[in-house]
Design a protein around this ligand. Structure first.
Ligand SMILES: NC(=O)c1ccc[n+]([C@@H]2O[C@H](COP(=O)([O-])OP(=O)(O)OC[C@H]3O[C@@H](n4cnc5c(N)ncnc54)[C@H](OP(=O)(O)O)[C@@H]3O)[C@@H](O)[C@H]2O)c1
Length: 310
């Protein structure tokens, strides 16, 4: 099969499509013929080695954790899936989804694809949706809570904004001018143009008494300490990155995506039923996946997800 390959830790410019041996499913595994795969910032960090202490990978490494496709074969003991089933998969890091075939454990990270979802929408879901679920669980929003979402227009942020608004929170979200109408349509009540003004100073001016919840999907380390200053006494700071254990009486909650929560089917059904939208900003054919990874790494403006079509 063809797969996108990193031969060592290093810049994403090294990525090339190569022919590699076809995988075959072991016990409890499902072999999926990939129809579409979505990119995540994690993919870039795994290729460069930025996360090598936390998430070491073996080389040659195939990036990609999200996919949708058709079951090609099942391993011993798998009864929930059969050849021909259309599925959505979070594959983890052992077998990358930027390949014609991927191996996935038949656990909560592998679900049947609702008919109403297009392959691009389905591929875009797993990591963003499961992370958004974990973020919202940590945020424990109550109706009327004032919540700031930093990084609101990305894959995770857009799903967080929609569900936070549905929970009755008053959402303040970062959005570049081209995304202001978009983020409002998702349910944000106010927005801050992070490309033109200082997000923290503006949020402080808009909410001088502090916010009940700040969800920061962008800042890490000392920058996250600055974000903590926006949280009212007794409020909550939730981050998908890393930073200090405690800042000025605020104990940040650092979220790590968990597939075991069983959130993926519920989130997929919400999109299928039209109760939540998932934005696919750009699609690239698989042959252009090296370019897609470079565009993602460059931080070129995107709204929602980048999806590779096979
Ligand atoms: N801990 C975990 O388990 C976990 C899981 C998933 C993701 N993550 C991490 O969470 C972060 C967000 O993930 P994602 O998938 O949502 O990323 P993404 O899709 O790349 O979205 C990032 C968004 O942030 C916006 N942005 C960039 N700089 C900004 C700034 N200074 N202020 C406000 N907005 C800014 C970008 O919009 P513009 O183009 O308009 O700037 C983009 O829409 C990533 O760092 C990712 O690695 C962690």
């Amino acid at each position: 099969m063809k797969a996108l390959i990193a031969s060592a830790y290093g810049p994403v410019e090294q990525l090339r499509i190569h022919e590699v041996p076809d995988p075959s499913p072991g016990p409890g595994q499902v072999l999926v013929r990939v129809q579409a795969a979505a990119l995540n910032p994690l993919d870039v960090k795994l290729v460069t080695g930025e996360l090598r202490e936390m998430f070491p990978v073996t080389h040659p490494f195939v990036p990609g954790v999200d996919a949708t496709g058709v079951v090609a074969a099942v391993g011993q003991g798998v009864t929930r899936f059969a050849a021909g089933d259309e599925v959505i998969a979070y594959a983890g890091t052992a077998s990358g989804t930027l390949a014609e075939y991927v191996l996935v454990d038949a656990g909560p990270q592998l679900i049947h694809r609702p008919r109403a979802l297009s392959p691009a929408q389905a591929a875009a879901l797993p990591m963003a949706a499961m992370t958004a679920h974990c973020v919202l669980a940590a945020a424990a929003l109550e109706p009327g809570d004032r919540a700031l979402v930093i990084g609101a227009t990305g894959g995770v942020g857009a799903l967080v904004v929609q569900q936070a608004a549905e929970l009755g929170a008053r959402v303040l979200a970062t959005a570049a001018p081209a995304d202001t109408a978009y983020i409002r349509a998702l349910g944000a009540h106010e927005s801050i143009d992070h490309t033109a003004v200082d997000t923290l100073a503006t949020a402080r001016r808009l909410h001088p008494g502090g916010l009940d919840v700040v969800i920061d999907l962008i800042n890490a380390g000392p920058a996250l300490a600055a974000t903590a200053g926006l949280v009212r006494p007794g409020g909550r700071l939730v981050s998908t990155l890393y930073g200090p254990e405690e800042v000025d009486g605020v104990t940040p909650v650092y979220v790590r995506m968990e597939a075991s929560t069983g959130a993926l089917p519920r989130q997929a059904e919400r999109v299928a039923a039209g109760r939540m939208s998932i934005e696919v900003a750009a699609t690239y054919p698989f042959e252009k996946s090296p370019q897609a990874m470079c565009d993602l790494a460059e931080g070129r403006h995107t709204r929602g997800k980048i999806v590779i079509i096979f």
